[in-house]
Ligand binder design. Structure first.
Ligand code: FES
Length: 92
């Protein structure tokens, strides 16, 4: 997490920006496939954090995935399916 003023001049990608050519980003698709989405309140932050992790580390281990998602609180899924989705995206 960063203060908005720290983003001055930076490129910002929101969850809406993950799609390319009307195709879901792999992490969006695996989140659906793994059942990592329930109410969806946490989903944008988890997707962006996961995409950033996979961009800098294409094959993260479970500890690295959990560390990357710190600060994203999900009250629905219990995280197991979210972690599975990130692993699936890393394997795709
Ligand atoms: S899916 Fe509901 S808070 Fe994460």
């Amino acid at each position: 997490m960063v203060l908005a003023v720290e983003c001055d001049g930076a490129e910002i990608v929101t969850v809406e920006g993950l799609m390319t050519d009307h195709q879901l980003d792999p992490i969006q698709q695996t989140m659906i496939d793994a059942g990592g989405v329930q109410c969806g309140f946490c989903t944008p932050g988890i997707l962006i954090s996961s995409r950033a992790l996979l961009d800098r580390n294409p094959h993260p281990n479970e500890y690295e995935i959990r560390d990357a998602l710190v600060g994203n609180l999900c009250r629905c899924t219990g995280y197991t399916r979210i972690i599975d989705a990130v692993k699936m995206a890393a394997e795709s």
